[in-house]
Design a protein around this ligand. Structure first.
Ligand SMILES: Nc1ncnc2c1ncn2[C@@H]1O[C@H](COP(=O)(O)OP(=O)(O)OP(=O)(O)O)[C@@H](O)[C@H]1O
Length: 353
């Protein structure tokens, strides 16, 4: 049985419509929701929690119709983007609040408090009131309170966005560990693609109020089902070349690229389309059996472990991600080749071919 199932759910705001949304989250699954700002991610969580009622469709929690369940009966906690701590309570009191509410024993309260304080690095701020904490500290206390509750499922809305980059990386590992150890169901919203891809078992990509794709992080990255998904997944983003397919669907030609690209496309014979190539699938230099062409180096960003090269080809700028550190002169001509095994083809309507 799914922990959460959403079927044909539509929510209408005056200027925005979410859905129809269809998704299911397994018990113990870490389910990520990723998408650009204002695409409906938070609204999906509110529908699950019961803060919003769907205009159409059904939300089920552990096999039961959520419409018939009080919010408190759903067994779900949520950590909001704009977290709400009780201002008159200390960090400790905030964290143990849900345990006291359900009448947990002193021993259990002490044990849970110790565990979450250690994992979330908050032992030293437990005595403070929220007003005396930094934004990141408040966020961690809010996470602690949600974890202490040991609810069936946790909904997390950008839960670590307020933390600095290093702490964010550490926390995402800890969150995943806590989730696994407690075998809890997590629905985790983030607009940080790397974060959501790194910790989720599956990811739903939401674009413009609709789920564009659901899959493992690898599936979504390696086989984006549409241009819309390909555009938002990957950093630096995928390079796109507009062009045409030959009549038999075996070549793709673009005014930007010097050479035709050999493709195998049985579903599209002739007509316009788009070729997508990830920055890491463009290699410096020519390579046997792979299409090559010349680009003009524009800027070089040395990032330590890898280098991002911005290069001009015709009127277009492309991004190349080269491993390690490479020395390239700005304005120099450079041969590059495309990894022929990793080309992404899309039809004129944007669907993957
Ligand atoms: N109560 C509301 N009344 C009217 N419009 C709303 C309401 N709540 C959200 N919206 C609109 O619905 C759209 C989606 O909002 P939502 O918060 O679900 O998106 P989001 O993807 O979580 O955004 P962000 O990443 O910026 O937090 C936005 O355009 C927002 O303005």
């Amino acid at each position: 049985m799914d922990a959460i199932r959403i079927t044909d759910v539509v929510k209408r705001y005056p200027e925005f419509t979410l859905g129809p949304i269809n998704m299911s989250v397994g018990q113990g699954e870490f389910f990520g929701i990723f998408g650009p700002p204002s695409t409906g991610k938070t609204s999906v969580l509110k529908l699950i929690l019961g803060l919003l009622t769907p205009d159409e469709g059904q939300v089920e929690i552990a096999g039961r119709d959520a419409a018939e369940m009080e919010v408190s009966a759903r067994g779900i906690s949520m950590v909001f983007q704009n977290l709400a701590l009780f201002p008159h309570m200390t960090g400790r009191e905030n964290i143990i609040f849900p345990l006291k509410e359900r009448g947990a024993s002193e021993a259990e309260i002490a044990e849970r408090l110790d565990l979450v304080s250690e994992v979330l690095h908050v032992s030293h701020i437990l005595h403070k009131n929220p007003a005396q904490m930094s934004g990141g500290e408040r966020q961690r206390i809010a996470l602690g309170r949600a974890f202490a509750a040991q609810s069936r499922a946790m909904l997390l809305d950008e839960p670590i966005a307020a933390l600095d980059a290093r702490l964010r990386e550490e926390m995402r590992v800890e969150l995943k560990r806590l989730q696994r150890e407690n075998n809890q169901t997590f629905v985790y919203v983030s607009h940080d693609e790397e974060e959501v891809m790194a910790i989720s078992d599956r990811v739903a990509v939401i674009v413009g109020g609709r789920i564009a794709q659901i899959g493992t992080p690898e599936e979504v990255y390696n086989e984006p089902c549409s241009l819309a998904v390909a555009e938002v997944i990957g950093s630096p983003p995928m390079n796109f070349f507009e062009g045409r397919f030959s009549a038999e669907g075996l070549r793709f030609e673009s005014d930007v690229l010097e050479t035709d690209i050999q493709v195998v496309c049985t579903t599209q014979k002739g007509g316009a389309g788009t070729l997508g190539v990830r920055p890491e699938d463009i290699w410096l230099g020519e390579s046997e059996g792979n299409p090559s062409f010349k680009v003009r180096v524009s800027t070089v960003e040395p990032l330590g472990g890898y280098t991002i090269i911005n290069a001009r080809i015709g009127k277009q700028i492309i991004k190349i991600r080269a491993p390690g550190q490479v020395a390239l002169e700005e304005d120099a001509w450079q041969s590059v080749s495309l990894d022929a095994r990793r080309l992404h083809l899309f039809c004129a309507k944007g669907s993957r071919l």
